[in-house]
Every structure is written in structure tokens, then in C-alpha cells.
Design a protein around this ligand. Structure first.
Ligand code: PEP
Ligand code: MG
Length: 559
């Protein structure tokens, strides 16, 4: 057993063994009362912005080449922050008031960072991007040394307070064995990059991580969300053996011939190519609200159209399922200035917000989708999030018809995509047959479905034992949904996190799911698990799992 085990949040379900290298770029700020020549400081600030811009452009190009063309887009967001006129003005005013440029930068960025930190979920993580830009400027203004993350010894495990997106993009998965950070959540940019690089990573390990010294041998267990300090022989070998399954490019079927589509969940164009490279048959969930983050205003119709055509062209022979905007709950977009809610997970989120008569956003998105359906190579499917009633579904279908009529008026080419509904609410489970009568497919979102069936907040670690889709209540909800959808000849997929867990693949196949969609990193494991599953045996096991009363009995049945 390891001498110590620290627990955090697994970012990538992979293990890596290596030696600790602390990444700790330190910056010493000048004294506030240092007397300064305002003009000279203004020039130094302008020079630092110019150099930072050039560095960011170089890093963008290098990342595009090494990680993937679109992965590099985060650097454009950094350039936008670097040149943000409000921040620039605040820095210049502070210099005018007699502060050294480095202090002025620290203050001006500090205010914006605080604002982002005060927000919920993913928006809070934009604070990381601002910190990244601030630290880059401070390093240039204070003459600090740059730590070269791109040139680390083979087998390094990088430990850091936090890693910014540009730090993470420099890590070479061929040499770096993984990373672990004090702060950060599963949806931080660092975690998202780690998943697209299939790099073992654990985030949010807390202050205890600071006690792990440089040069210590550790295992980063991204599956368990643990860092094993001084692992024993068995733990070392297990980490070395964790290479993951080989990529399977073809579609897969069970040993007795039932084909199961294995697709990717994506949120940004830069995730498409890596998903295809890991053998995705298509996209089972495109979280379009992610296209609305990291910016000051919503993307125009043309930009949304391009993003969807890009997805359809990446999977010319596959199916691409795009979910319409799912704003609300933990996904807030500050520039939309939406009203605050007492209980946002039970409030106006998902389709409820899109169906608001003022939702020009929804209409714009539907026009972009219909145009993309006509022009992209693959087959477009559009699904609506958090539907609870037939009325909502019918209003959504009507909105698609309205978008078609608008495009007719404009004389623009379009096609009607296949339509589907996400099953995320208990009501949707009970109404699955009526929904399936009206659309082509259903996709089960177990992240929310578990949250609402079990009344357990998906974000609250204190009820984490309840937020588990292998509780019999959730397993039965999945089975009922599949049965009701199939009764109407609709296909049923699953795009919640559960679909990416190879330990439950046999259960899901046995429950009758037609498609499983997940983060790209686990696609090879799930494809391998499908190929090893026999459908008739899986059905028998699933039947047993539906007759037991506790989570542990479900686990016993599927082992
Ligand atoms: C889900 O709820 O399972 C789902 C896939 O949607 P999201 O995680 O984006 O809420
Ligand atoms: Mg959801």
C-alpha cells in the first residue's frame, strides 16, 4: 500500500506512474510606494502586452500542431482578455495614479478575476484564464523566469497549485506521466485538456498536496481520483499496465451480433478530431451552450452554422446529435443577464428557457441547425434538453417549423433534421412513449436523471453516494424508458456519464440501449466491452438487476 493516499477528483480515467516535478512559477511584485515614472511604466506595459501577444500567437500555433488545430482556440480567448479595453483602461489609470505597471496589472486583473470567481460552475473557471493572462504579463514586467513545461524529463508527474490552459497545452503526453493539482474541478479547462490528451490527471486534491516533495514517486489514479504517494509494487505495476484499450475504428457489435453505436460527447469544435481519433462512430451529445462561453456576446447564426457543419464533416458516415441550448442550473452565461433563481436546478433551465417567447437565441440556433443539416456531410439529429411535458415537446417541434418558414422566406437552403428528446426528468421517463411517438429518438441524460430521481444534487459531494445511476430506482427508470421508446420504434441512447463506464456496459447493452455516448477518452474501453458482451446473456443479467432492491445487489448482479 502507498505510504499515503490523497483524494481529489479524477479528470481522466487513466493511471500514470512517475516522479514529482513541482511547477511553481513565482512572481515578486514591486512595492506600492516605489516611485515611478508614469510614462516609462506606460511604455513597459505596452511592450509587455505586445510580447505577451506574440507569445500567445506562437503558443497557439505550436498547440495547433501538437495537440490539434482547434485545441489552440483557447489562446484566442486569452488574446481577447489581454486586449480587453476595460482592463487596459484600468491599468493605465492606475499607472497614472503613480503605481508601477506590475501592481497596476495585478489590481486591474484582480477585480475581474474576483467577479468570475463569484459566479457558478464553468464561468468560475474563466477566472483561470484571466489569471493566466495576468501572470504572463507580470512575468514579463518583473523579469520572472519561465518554467519550461514542454521540456520535462520522461516520466514526470507535474504537481501544481493549479494549471492554466496554456500550461496544460504545453505538456507532452509522450513524456509526462500525469498531473495533479491543489485546486480545480472536472470541468476546468485543465481537466478538459487532460481528457482530450488522455493524460492521467487528478484535480482538487487540496492543501495536503503541498506536502508531497519534488522527486517523490507517485501514481496519479484518474479513475479513482487519487494520488498514491510512494506506491507499493502492485500499485506501480497496475499503473504501468493502464494503457487503456486499443482504438477500434469500426462500429462494434456484441458477440451475438447486436450493433451498438459508441459516440462522443463534445462541447467545442476542438474536441471533434480527438474524438474521431479515439474511434467515435459519431457525436451523441454536442453541448452547444459551451459555444457561448469565453466570450462577451452570443455567437451569430453563421458561426453556429459553421460549428455544426464542422461536426457533420468530421463524421461524414456517422450521426451527430446536437442538443439545443441548455442554459441555467450550473451553466450560467453572465452576458445574457438572466434573472437569478432561488433553486436554479429546478428553475427555468434547458428547454424551459428556450421556449420563453423572448428567446431569440433559440430561434437563431434552430435556423443555424437547419441550414447545417443541408450542408454538412454527416446526419444531423437535434435533441431538446430537460423536456418534462408533451406541450414543451410540441412547442419545440413547432419552433423548428417556424425556423424552416423563416428560412423559406429568406430563400436559404435547409433540411429538417431528425428530432429527439433528452430523458432527464422523472416525468420524461413516464411520458417516454408519448415523446417517442412524436420524435425519432430519446437520449437518457443520467447525470440529471439520477439527480432528479434520487433527489441528490449532482454537485454536492455529501450526497454523492445517492447520486449514483446504479441505484435500482435509476436502473428501473432506464429500463422503462427503453421499453417505452422501443414500443414506438424510436432508438434510445445514453449520454450521461454512466455511458462511459465500461464496468456497466454489459448492463446497459442488456437494458436495450442502442447507442452510448461519452467523453472521448473512454470510447476504446467501451467499444472493447461491447465486443466482449453477449446480448442474450446481458439481457438475462439486466433482468436480474431489475429484480434486486439495493445498489450493492445491482453491483453483485453485474460483476
Ligand atoms: C445529463 O444530464 O446526463 C447530460 C448528459 O447533460 P448535462 O451533463 O450537460 O446536464
Ligand atoms: Mg443534463
Amino acid at each position: 500500500m502507498a505510504s499515503r493516499t490523497l483524494t481529489g477528483t479524477g479528470a481522466t480515467p487513466r493511471s500514470g506512474l512517475g516522479t514529482v516535478v513541482w511547477y511553481d512559477p513565482e512572481i515578486t511584485l514591486p512595492d506600492a510606494d516605489e516611485s515611478v515614472d508614469a510614462e516609462a511604466e506606460r511604455d513597459r506595459f505596452a511592450d509587455a502586452v505586445g510580447t505577451a501577444r506574440a507569445e500567445l500567437e506562437d503558443e497557439r500555433d505550436a498547440t495547433a500542431e501538437r495537440v490539434g488545430e482547434d485545441e489552440a482556440a483557447v489562446f484566442d480567448a486569452h488574446i481577447q482578455f489581454l486586449e480587453d479595453p476595460t482592463i487596459k483602461e484600468a491599468v493605465e489609470e492606475s499607472i497614472e495614479a503613480g503605481h508601477p505597471a506590475a501592481l497596476a496589472v495585478d489590481d486591474a486583473f484582480g477585480e475581474h478575476i474576483e467577479q468570475f470567481e463569484g459566479m457558478e460552475g464553468r464561468m468560475a473557471e474563466r477566472a483561470d484564464d484571466l489569471r493566466d493572462v495576468r501572470d504572463r504579463l507580470l512575468r514579463l514586467l518583473t523579469g520572472g523566469e519561465r518554467v519550461n513545461l514542454a521540456d520535462l524529463p520522461e516520466g514526470s508527474v507535474v504537481l501544481a497549485e493549479r494549471l492554466t490552459p496554456s500550461d496544460t497545452a504545453q505538456l507532452d503526453p509522450e513524456t509526462v506521466a500525469g498531473f495533479a493539482t491543489v485546486t480545480g474541478g472536472r470541468t476546468s479547462h485543465a481537466a478538459i485538456f487532460a481528457r482530450s490528451l488522455a493524460l492521467p490527471a487528478v484535480v482538487g486534491l487540496g492543501e495536503e498536496l503541498n506536502d508531497v516533495d519534488d522527486g517523490t514517486e507517485v501514481v496519479v489514479d484518474g479513475d479513482a481520483g487519487e494520488l498514491l504517494v510512494e506506491p507499493d509494487d502492485a500499485e506501480r505495476s497496475a499503473a504501468r499496465a493502464d494503457e487503456g484499450a486499443d482504438v477500434i475504428e469500426a462500429t462494434v457489435e456484441t458477440s451475438d451480433g447486436r450493433e451498438i453505436e459508441v459516440a462522443a460527447n463534445v462541447g467545442r469544435p476542438e474536441e471533434l478530431e480527438p474524438a474521431a481519433a479515439r474511434g467515435a462512430d459519431g457525436v451523441g451529445l454536442y453541448r452547444t451552450e459551451f459555444l457561448f462561453l469565453d466570450r462577451q456576446s452570443p455567437p451569430e447564426e453563421d458561426e453556429q452554422y459553421e460549428a455544426v457543419v464542422d461536426a457533420l464533416d468530421t463524421f461524414p458516415d456517422g450521426r451527430v446529435v446536437v442538443r439545443t441550448l441548455d442554459i441555467g442550473g450550473d451553466k450560467q452565461i453572465p452576458y445574457l443577464d438572466l434573472p437569478e433563481e432561488e433553486n436554479p436546478f429546478l428553475g427555468e433551465r434547458g428547454i424551459r428557457r428556450s421556449l420563453d417567447p423572448d428567446s431569440e437565441l433559440f430561434r437563431t440556433q434552430l435556423r443555424a441547425l437547419l441550414r447545417a443539416a443541408a450542408d454538412g456531410a454527416g446526419e444531423l439529429n437535434v435533441m431538446f434538453p430537460l423536456v418534462a411535458t408533451v406541450e414543451e415537446l410540441e412547442a419545440s417541434i413547432e419552433a423548428v417549423e417556424d425556423a424552416a418558414a423563416e428560412l423559406d422566406d429568406r430563400g436559404v437552403d435547409y433540411e429538417r433534421p431528425s428530432l429527439g428528446v433528452m430523458v432527464e426528468t422523472p416525468s420524461a421517463v413516464f411520458m417516454a412513449e408519448e415523446f417517442a411517438e412524436r420524435v425519432d429518438f430519446l437520449s437518457i441524460g443520467t447525470n440529471d436523471l439520477t439527480q432528479y430521481v434520487m433527489a441528490a444534487d449532482r454537485e454536492n459531494e455529501h450526497v454523492g453516494h445517492l447520486h449514483d445511476p446504479t441505484h435500482p430506482g435509476v436502473v428501473r427508470a432506464i429500463a422503462d424508458t427503453v421499453e417505452r421508446a422501443h414500443a414506438q420504434d424510436a432508438w434510445v441512447g445514453m449520454c450521461g456519464e454512466m455511458a462511459g463506464n465500461p464496468d456497466v456496459t454489459e448492463l446497459l447493452v442488456g437494458l436495450g440501449l442502442d447507442e452510448l455516448s461519452m467523453s472521448a477518452v473512454t470510447i476504446p474501453d467501451v467499444k472493447a466491452a461491447v465486443s466482449e458482451t453477449g446480448y442474450s446473456a446481458a439481457r438475462e443479467r439486466a433482468d436480474s438487476a431489475l429484480r434486486v432492491a439495493t445498489r450493492s445487489e445491482v453491483h453483485d448482479t453485474i460483476q
